[in-house]
Design a protein around this ligand. Structure first.
Ligand code: PMT
Length: 402
């Protein structure tokens, strides 16, 4: 658990029988060298006393907005900014619902809303409450905010029923945090090049050959790399997406040639490159200087020439410690084609997405990928949001970054 050393953790405790396990979580965090500040909901205090928790953390427990006897205000904003991570364990259905919908009627929720650090949520509730569409919708909302859900385990519940809803064991919860910081550390001080979006290949001043790429997958990767502490160079074709993360240096290009030139010029300085752009393989041999008029031109045949393969060019230039990641968008024989591309372009691993999978590929907010690595490992993932897919890809990349 060496990655928790010196980390500042807010532990939010809510009103569930699993609250007694929060004392073990505190002990494990403190033993790993973390500093812990407990924030409790009023219901949480019914299950475990603040005295137990403050004795373990060495800090007064925060649960009210004001200290009753002298009116001292407890700043949820300062707490939110202080933390390296916030963990809510156990998290009841009620707290998850309030987090999802911004109902800031207690100190824990105000801390959550002010918190800039990553948030981990370990749900604890009865199986039917957990399975209820309302709870599942709220959990999906938390995931969409970038929060991490530590899935509850299947087992005996307080109701004596058996099912999914039991808060995960403290050791596993603390390990999730440790693993998170471990992954983060492999990205800090790293520079990563990402290509995204389509390229446009001009036919004349008003027409082009392009494709349906929206840039969503590449931008999700850029944001995820930046959130993990990397410096990102994002070379993007024409898309309508915005970037405001100061760690992302964006270079807008239009054609495959421009994307190639920009990628070649920065590749030397990066530790890894993720080539997510849907680069046009062909461009018109000639681009008309004036708008082509149907009346004067009539029918015509467009002659196309091959564009440079950016991934293959970077594969040729790659130093032994640089990591090269490609994508493969296939309509058939996906695995075979992706393996072939990985070898031909000298990639360390390739992310296959298939046009045959509903919800995968161009424009949508979701994707379904299989990662094929040069050591022969293949990992197939479920359909997920592009944000979550980006996290899976970066988890794989973390294993390659020195
Ligand atoms: O942008 P979205 O709407 O979110 O859609 C995401 C996506 C479907 C575009 C993305 O997930 C994806 O699959 N990107 C790669 C699409 C593609 O062009 O695949 P490909 O199999 O043709 O290319 C293989 C690899 O070589 C890719 O890494 C590609 O970036 C690279 N390539 C291809 C041609 C070329 N001339 N130069 C390249 O670098």
């Amino acid at each position: 658990m060496e990655n928790l050393k010196g980390k500042r953790i807010i532990l939010g405790i809510t009103g569930s029988i699993a609250a007694y396990k929060a004392a073990i979580i505190v002990r494990l965090l403190i033993k790993a060298g973390a500093e812990v500040q407990v924030v409790m909901t009023p219901a949480g205090k019914e299950f475990i006393t603040p005295v137990t928790l403050s004795s373990l953390t060495g800090k007064p427990v925060v649960s009210e907005f004001f200290t009753a006897n002298d009116g001292t205000w407890h700043s949820h904003v300062d707490l939110g900014l202080w933390a390296d991570a916030m963990l809510i364990a156990p998290a009841t259905a009620s707290t998850i619902g309030k987090m999802a919908n911004g109902i800031a009627d207690n100190m824990l929720i105000t801390c959550y809303l002010s918190c800039k650090a990553p948030v981990f949520v370990a749900p604890a509730m009865d199986l039917d409450m957990f399975a209820h569409p309302s709870t599942q919708r709220n959990i999906a909302l938390l995931l969409s905010y970038g929060n991490h859900i530590i899935e509850p385990a299947v087992g005996e519940l307080a109701s004596h029923l058996h099912g999914k809803g039991r808060m995960e064991e403290p050791e596993i919860i603390v390990k999730s945090l440790n693993d998170y910081f471990k992954r983060q550390e492999s990205f800090s001080k790293k520079k990563i090049l990402i290509t995204a979006g389509p390229t446009y290949e001009k036919i004349d001043p008003v027409r082009f050959i392009g494709n349906y790429s929206s840039g969503k997958m590449g931008f999700a990767l850029a944001e995820a790399c930046a959130q993990r502490g990397a410096e990102v160079v994002l070379i993007t074709g024409p898309v309508s997406l915005k970037t405001d993360n100061p760690r992302i240096h964006r270079i807008d290009v239009e054609s495959a040639q421009e994307m190639h030139d920009a990628a070649i010029s920065v590749f030397e300085s990066v530790d890894a490159a993720i080539l997510c752009a849907a680069v046009a393989d062909y461009r018109p041999e000639n681009c008309a200087e004036q708008k082509m008029k149907r009346e004067s031109v009539g029918d015509f045949t467009l002659s196309l020439v091959r564009n440079k393969d950016i991934a293959a060019a970077l594969g040729q230039k790659k130093r032994s410690q640089q990591i090269l990641v490609g994508f493969a968008l296939e309509s058939h024989s996906g695995l075979e084609q992706a393996l072939n591309k990985m070898q031909r372009k000298k990639l360390d691993f390739i992310v296959l997405n298939s046009l045959q999978d509903e919800g995968a590929g161009f424009k949508v907010d979701t994707n379904k990928v299989t990662i094929l690595e040069k050591n022969g490992k293949q990992t197939e993932y479920d359909l997920k949001s592009k944000k979550e897919v980006a996290a899976d890809i970066l988890d794989c990349l973390a294993g390659y970054l020195l």
